[in-house]
Design a protein around this ligand. Structure first.
Ligand code: SF4
Length: 439
């Protein structure tokens, strides 16, 4: 059974959402223990502890958590609370045991030096393990310490990086080595915040260094880990979102075995690389197969969910302001197009944005020949699928050329106030209003 707890500080309510999608609202003074026992049928020896925005499974006999601790949870961030019987499954211990018995012997795993962990993690970004081994060995032979790297000439560092690609990684390594020498007197920092302050070190790398080298209970969430956790907990949210990343981070933090944070981080990486691989995972040899929800539900190949990002088209466009005494010309956009059915200041898409051809492009589109066109402004409007980069022009025309097909309208200031003009034309509208105010 999956239970969702949602804390809504604005309402002062804890909501319990069960598998049937119903909400059970609990008064603020109800303890979490009572909530779960009464609404979800948990046994009283099951324990869940919510603190500092984490969900922690404990073996305590009761879970009389003061309600105030719930207030520390993030606003309306759904916190997945597994059935306590599942939470006691201790998958993290099974995983670490498997890792200790099965992991590959890689050069950077023979040490807990933060410098070695760091160099290997940076090299492993966008590069396969097999390809990294040779580079790593040569690099560490020449730059065995932070100091040797900081003292080296950047050109020499780049030479040792040659072939690995993504050279900004090497530049950042060199910069960060200098920072460590200058700001930390050559001692590698172990705190996540300090690590993240170094060039080229993001949340994942900071978590990896802190946990592997210093045994700090920190999560290191990369694509492999997102995939493993999405399957293990059968998460159906898009793994590319911040929301899923936060949720996976919380689940990992809740399960870090405090005796072995570094081995745990590496075990997740190893499982993602060797067993819980993209496409068809090797569940038959997986140490988590007895606890993996995706495997139990036979949906492991459908997870993780990755919703492709919509490809955005950058479109240059000329927008024309045709004035005829105290009126401006509007055009109703054709149905089935962006802003279909709404009035616009007439415009035309430009191929390659060639400004010299705007008049011709407009004539080709509408059979109206602009004359004396002058550029008077620029604007950008972002729709989901398309970004308009608009050049706004004032121009003259022969009014008789305007087709009488019902899609064109000469609007004065009063009419303009009555008509819905999309915000995409906010800048053009401003220019029109300035012009009208001068008449
Ligand atoms: S059982 Fe299969 S899907 Fe689940 S974690 Fe293991 S390899 Fe991945």
């Amino acid at each position: 059974m999956i239970i969702w707890l949602l804390w809504d500080p604005s309402e002062g309510e804890l909501r319990v959402k069960n598998a049937e999608q119903s909400f059970i609202l609990l008064p603020i003074h109800t303890s979490l223990a009572d909530c779960l026992v009464q609404t979800a049928g948990f046994s009283s020896d099951a324990a869940l502890l919510l603190t500092d925005n984490r969900v922690l499974a404990t073996e305590a006999e009761t879970f009389d958590i003061p309600t105030v601790s719930l207030a520390q949870t993030e606003d309306l961030l759904p916190i997945l609370v597994e059935d306590a019987r599942h939470m006691n499954s201790q998958w993290s211990y099974s995983l670490v045991q498997w890792y200790l018995a099965n992991h590959r012997d890689l050069p950077w795993r023979r040490t807990k030096s933060p410098y070695a962990v760091w160099v290997s993690e940076i090299m492993l970004q966008q590069t396969r393990v097999e390809a990294v081994i040779g580079y790593y060995t040569r690099f560490m032979g020449r730059f065995p310490t932070v100091k040797t790297l900081a003292d080296a000439d950047i050109d020499e560092v780049l030479k040792y990086w040659e072939g690995l690609g993504y050279y900004s990684r090497a530049r950042n390594l060199h910069k960060a080595a200098k920072c460590i020498m200058e700001q930390y007197q050559g001692t590698f920092p172990s705190a996540i915040k300090e690590l993240e302050g170094l060039p080229g070190i993001g949340a994942y790398t900071a978590g990896a260094i802190a946990s592997i080298a210093f045994d700090v209970p920190a999560a290191a969430v990369d694509g492999n880990v997102l995939r493993v956790l999405s399957r293990l907990y059968a998460l159906w949210d898009d793994i590319m979102t911040d929301y899923t990343r936060r949720r996976v981070t919380a689940l990992i933090e809740a399960n870090i075995p405090l005796q072995a944070p570094g081995d745990f981080t590496q075990s997740l990486m190893e499982l993602g690389a060797l067993v819980c691989i993209p496409g068809r995972p090797r569940c038959e040899v997986c140490p988590l197969s007895f606890e993996c929800k995706a495997h139990m539900l036979h949906v492991e190949e459908q997870l993780p969910v990755r919703i492709p990002k919509t490809k955005v088209r950058e479109q240059k466009r000329a927008v024309f302001l045709f004035f005829n005494e105290d009126r401006v010309l509007l055009h109703r956009r054709p149905e089935g197009t962006v802003l279909g059915g709404l009035y616009e200041f007439p415009g035309v898409d430009l191929v390659n944005g060639a400004a010299s051809t705007v008049d011709q492009a407009f004539f080709d589109a509408y059979g109206i020949q602009p004359k004396g066109t002058v550029e008077c402004g620029e604007a950008v409007h972002r729709f989901t699928h398309i970004h308009w980069h608009m050049t706004i022009c004032t121009s003259d025309l022969v009014p008789e050329q305007v087709p009488e097909d019902g899609s064109w309208l000469w609007a004065d200031a009063a009419t303009l106030d009555q008509i819905m003009i999309p915000t995409a034309f906010k800048s053009a509208m401003k220019l029109v209003k300035q012009r009208f105010s001068c008449i």
